[in-house]
Design a protein around this ligand. Structure first.
Ligand SMILES: *Cc1c(COP(=O)(O)O)cnc(C)c1O
Length: 393
């Protein structure tokens, strides 16, 4: 028997760690008539996106690059332009996406050293410092929020260490930029990259990278060419400079509609203001944590100060497995299963970034309670919802 509900015409509430739900204004930008990539209106939108990204990341001096592709392309753009074969790179490794950039660095010929920790933990600053002191590193990479563990890295302190040891600091901000505090210039971050579909609140399909002055110098000082045309700053720099100067130019067709949507989304971020947006993410993350505790669930992260504000990674309680994700979906909310190989069978993830309201969090925790009940977990019904109410009212 089919049961008709008001949700049938609309998809489930999307609470995975990207892509995230979009505001009506961003959706509307996607349905505008198609414009060409040299259209004056689009030229202004593209120039505004670059300016707004500098503001969102606190990087007035940085050169932004926005190209069609996902966060992984932004990651590869950083790697391809900054390392030359034989150079050394240090990966401060907090999970799945740190492993990915490590593999990518090796593919581009770098000699890679990892400083690792248990999943859910983070290497100590002492360990990182010892590793940096052990050799001459061209760059150090940090995953600001590792989406596989929900671990938030102490980026400001790490960037300082990299500077002391004359290594460029590259930050993977795909799951943090737009939700977590990040001050690229003030913290001495040389490259930060992200993607459109996570805390920036736009659809998937755009890679964004901001290169500070030291990173651009390092790129200019290369003795070997970048071995990928689509990734090469040399192809994209004149295009981005031209759009900012009001004279569009062509190398490869920009994702016109996505850039227009990102322009609207970045405008909304800056209207809320970054400090207010970060504070809202902190508040919602605290309310979410209170709910997990009230339901007898444990976060993957070992300590509270390591816990990200853009998503939660949570261990399944005893007797519950990945079927929970399906039970929660049946209750109207999409959450995500585990991603880290060591946590895949034992954890799930809930995204709470972007235009998330306390109401959406209540709906999510309510659906989680129904899913947990269907999976056989015992708890006081409403305990999670009450915890969100107490923490967010
Ligand atoms: C999602 C994510 C990526 C990869 O981004 P894609 O858009 O899926 O390619 C890289 N790093 C982190 C931290 C992420 O969360």
């Amino acid at each position: 028997m089919r049961r008709y509900t008001s949700r049938m015409a609309t998809p489930n509430l999307l609470m995975i760690p990207g892509p995230i739900g979009l505001t009506p204004e961003v959706l509307r930008a996607l349905s505008e008539p198609q414009r060409g990539h040299l259209d004056p209106n689009f030229m202004q939108a593209f120039a505004r996106v670059l300016k707004r990204l500098r503001e969102v990341l606190g990087a007035p001096q940085a050169q932004p690059f926005v190209v069609a592709g996902s966060g992984t392309l932004a990651m590869e753009m950083a790697v391809a332009n900054l390392v030359q074969p034989g150079e050394r790179a240090l990966v401060v490794n907090s999970g799945y996406f740190s492993d990915r950039i490590g593999a990518m660095l090796e593919l581009h010929g770098a000699q890679v050293t990892h400083v690792r920790s248990e999943p859910g933990d983070f290497p100590s600053l002492d360990e990182v410092e010892r590793a940096l002191a052990s050799g001459r590193f061209k760059l150090m990479t940090v995953t600001h929020v590792d989406t596989s563990t929900g671990v938030l890295a102490p980026v400001e302190a790490l960037a300082k260490l990299a500077r002391t040891h004359q290594a460029l600091c590259v930050v993977d901000g795909v799951c943090s930029v737009g939700g977590e505090a990040l001050e690229q210039d003030a913290w001495g971050i040389d490259v930060a990259f992200t993607a459109s579909q996570k805390a920036l609140g736009a659809p998937p399909g755009l890679a964004a990278l901001l290169a500070g002055p030291r990173a651009m110098e390092a790129w200019k000082a290369r003795t070997k060419p970048v071995a990928a045309m689509y990734l090469d700053f040399a192809q994209w720099l004149p295009i981005h400079q031209a759009y900012e100067a009001g004279t569009p130019s062509y190398f490869a067709t920009p994702a016109v509609n996505l850039i227009s949507a990102l322009d609207v989304s970045l405008g909304q971020l800056l209207e809320e203001t970054m400090p207010a947006r970060v504070a809202r993410h902190v508040r919602l993350a605290k309310a979410a944590r209170a709910a997990w505790t009230a339901l007898g669930l444990e976060p993957v992260t070992k300590r509270e100060e390591l816990t990200a504000h853009t998503l939660s990674a949570i261990r399944y309680p005893a007797g519950v497995d990945a079927a929970l994700v399906k039970h929660v979906a049946a209750a109207g909310v999409n959450i995500a299963g585990g991603l880290h190989p060591a946590l895949k069978a034992s954890s799930f993830r809930v995204g709470h970034m972007g235009a998330v309201t306390p109401g959406a969090l209540l709906e999510t925790v309510g659906a989680l309670e129904r899913g947990l009940r269907a999976a056989g977990h015992r708890f006081e019904p409403g305990a999670g919802v009450a915890a969100v109410q107490r923490a967010s009212m």
